[in-house]
Design a protein around this ligand. Structure first.
Ligand SMILES: [Zn+2]
Length: 338
């Protein structure tokens, strides 16, 4: 086992265990020392911070105890992104003719010519230093997309996962992303006259991500599963708070399955935020990401603010989606200043 254990505080001892795949929080009742385990194994103790004398046998006892705790599942895994510093305010654009390789289907397979598709990117999280990340593959995600999201060369992702370029990705597959430098929104913008409205939804669930909604919609009989074009995550199910997931319907430029009323499925972009906004509010980062996404889409497709609406505001829709507590005034204010 290769892992690193460090004390966060000398009085209120709160341990983080970092492994190549996860970070764990260890409650104080389990541990009282700072120990580093390595492949050799070499063990180190930090007596200055602990004011405690440790003998070799006690250290070994701790190590053995730690291994037992791991086996018993006594530790709570914590996703890496929550330890990352605030996002940098960068915004870059790339001509779509630059990126794709064999995995770059989302840009090359539109049938519209790669030079006519723009891809805009915005940093959500800057790691500050490179980190290894475990990514769970969402619907129609590609190595090209992951390379952009994490600012890691495609060949590094292939190598870290012992994959060949022709290997397909599977939904739910866990990939090692080595030396991730950031987490970015990567939004492809296709030329189209189809999109006249943007309809905002909530998932009406406390947790979720594109993969979960895709499976849920598929089970409910929705044509081709995930009915929205974009999902904005709330930091659950291994996704970051405010992360924008681009759904297959957007990549394929297909009509949605999110609002039958008013014929909106054929003319409206469906954006869903993970959460139940009858009960809670969206997170600040979700609202920031929503504002960014709406501005980007409104500008690209010349959609006026009056045609950005909630599901329940569509004539004929019988729903309270996106929830009674959705902060419309804040969003309208944000969009009006754009
Ligand atoms: Zn809805």
């Amino acid at each position: 086992m290769i892992c690193k254990l460090v004390a966060k505080s000398e009085n209120k001892i709160d341990f983080r265990l970092e492994t190549p795949r996860n970070t764990y929080i260890i409650k104080p009742k389990f541990m009282k020392a700072s120990v580093t385990l390595s492949r050799d194994p070499v063990m180190m103790v930090s007596p200055a911070s602990l004011q405690n004398r440790w003998t070799g046998s006690r250290v070994i006892s701790v190590c053995v105890g730690l291994c037992l705790l791991l086996l018993q599942g006594c530790m709570r895994p914590v996703s890496q992104p929550f330890y990352w510093p605030p996002p940098a305010q960068s915004h870059t654009e790339y001509p779509a003719s630059q990126p794709p390789s064999s995995q770059g289907a989302e840009v090359t397979n539109t049938g519209r010519g790669a030079t006519t598709v723009r891809v805009v990117e915005k940093c959500l999280i800057n790691t500050g230093q490179t980190k290894t990340f475990i990514h769970e593959v969402g619907p129609l995600e590609t190595v090209w997309r992951l390379s952009r999201m994490y600012d890691v060369p495609q060949q590094d992702i292939y190598a870290a996962n012992r994959m060949k370029t022709e290997d397909p990705l599977r939904i739910g597959q866990k990939l090692v992303i080595p030396n991730a430098k950031s987490l970015r929104h990567v939004i492809p913008l296709y030329p189209s006259n189809q999109w006249k409205y943007i309809i905002i939804h909530h998932t009406a669930t406390d947790i979720g991500n594109a993969m979960l909604v895709h499976r849920s919609h598929h089970d409910r009989g929705f044509w081709q599963g995930l009915g929205y074009h974009f999902i904005i995550d709330n930091g659950t199910l291994s996704k970051c708070d405010g992360q924008i997931e681009v759904a297959p319907r957007w990549i394929k430029q297909q009509e949605g399955a999110h609002c039958k009323a008013g014929g909106m499925n054929g003319k409206a972009i469906g954006v869903a935020l993970v959460g139940n906004f009858n009960e809670t509010l969206p997170t600040t980062k979700q609202m920031e990401s929503l504002a960014y996404l709406l501005r980007t889409l409104m500008q690209q497709y010349r959609i006026p603010p009056s045609q950005v609406m909630g599901h329940r505001d569509v004539d004929g829709a019988s729903t309270d989606c996106p929830g009674k507590r959705f902060p419309w005034s804040n969003l309208r204010q944000c969009l009006s200043t754009y």
